[in-house]
Design a protein around this ligand. Structure first.
Ligand code: SN0
Length: 316
């Protein structure tokens, strides 16, 4: 593995899944691989789980970790080439990333979409510039359109809790007061498609995800119908892809409640977190024994550790 920015970077999901399970059993067995190696993690946006779980993963591998919040702690970075930099931006991404590559053996980077310019967001402009100017591997800590470390942890979690080989996984849009990325949803679809699981997406009209992800997947606009027989209910809000960045505030009845979970096959509830309680999901569902949200967060460590181990092995 040279970089990790989407499922396309991995060799085999079943192999990576086995590696993560092995690591979870004995997290300190691979400590020699990261000796004298440094992971740098750069955030353009807030993070709790990604930051802590990836730091923990790197430490379990014997790595050193440096973390920087670029928005608050760094110079303002210029992304455009050829700009006369006599305004607000102070440092060009070309030098910034080349310099960070001198200090780090792997660079993790979190970027967010503008949710205003679809083409720019879906071209992954910032992430691609990091890949272009870095001389070390790049790990996505969530990009404008994908969140592969989250999806890998989600696949591990489903694998641990499934009761048959082809569980029905329902990805459902949920209400939210703010415009959020499609990244978690896009990425989950990409990863589940690589498994034998039965995936159904349900969202209101106007909130279909990008066809590059949903081709071949059942998309339903009736949430109750979609939830019938679900083994896993993955709730997530996303803003519109079609009417790019627009939000829907009239569909509060899409919140996942105990009544809706009754439609499922004793379904388990999933969400990547952070979650708006009693907007996306009711307290009784997230606090029930059928909620997997903490198990998902726990698996973030082993997902990140399997990915970092592969990148370290490739460096040798
Ligand atoms: C992010 C998202 O992509 O939707 C991170 C998920 C891992 N979520 C948020 O930004 C939630 C912010 C909010 O206002 O609730």
């Amino acid at each position: 593995m040279k970089n990790f920015t989407s499922i396309k970077d991995i060799f085999s999901l079943s192999t990576l899944l086995e590696e993560a399970k092995t690591i979870k059993k004995n997290p300190y067995d691979f400590k020699s691989f990261g000796e004298h190696k440094t992971l740098g993690m750069l955030f353009f946006n807030p993070s709790l789980r990604t930051r802590l779980s990836t730091q923990k993963a790197a430490q379990n591998l014997g790595m050193h970790v440096m973390v920087m919040n670029l928005q608050t702690d760094g110079w303002t970075i210029e992304l455009q080439d050829g700009t006369v930099m006599n305004q607000g931006s102070q440092e060009h991404i070309r030098e910034a990333v080349a310099v960070i590559s001198q200090y780090c053996d792997i660079i993790g980077i979190r970027t967010f979409p503008s949710l205003k310019n679809k083409e720019e967001d879906y071209q992954e402009r910032v992430l691609n510039k990091f890949m272009a100017y870095a001389s070390v591997p790049i790990v996505s800590l969530e990009s404008a359109t994908l969140h592969p470390l989250q999806s890998f942890a989600d696949v591990i979690t489903i694998d641990e809790h499934k009761t048959n080989a082809t569980p029905k996984v329902v990805l459902t849009w949920a209400p939210h007061p703010k415009a959020l990325p499609q990244a978690v949803a896009n990425s989950l679809v990409q990863w589940i498609k690589e498994t034998p699981m039965d995936l159904v997406i349900t969202n209101p009209e106007g909130f279909d995800l990008a066809p590059e992800f949903t081709t071949g997947v059942t998309v339903m606009h009736d949430q109750d119908e979609a939830l019938k027989g679900a083994d896993f209910v993955y709730a997530k809000n996303w803003s519109s892809y079609q009417h790019y960045g627009q939000i829907e505030t009239e569909k509060n009845d899409w919140m996942i409640t105990a009544e809706k979970m009754q439609l499922t096959n004793n379904g388990k509830f999933m969400h990547c977190l952070p979650v708006r309680r009693n907007v996306v999901v009711s307290d009784d569902v997230i606090d029930s024994n059928d909620s997997l949200v903490i198990a998902q967060a726990n698996n973030r460590t082993y997902a990140a550790q399997a990915v970092l181990l592969n990148l370290l092995k490739n460096e040798e």
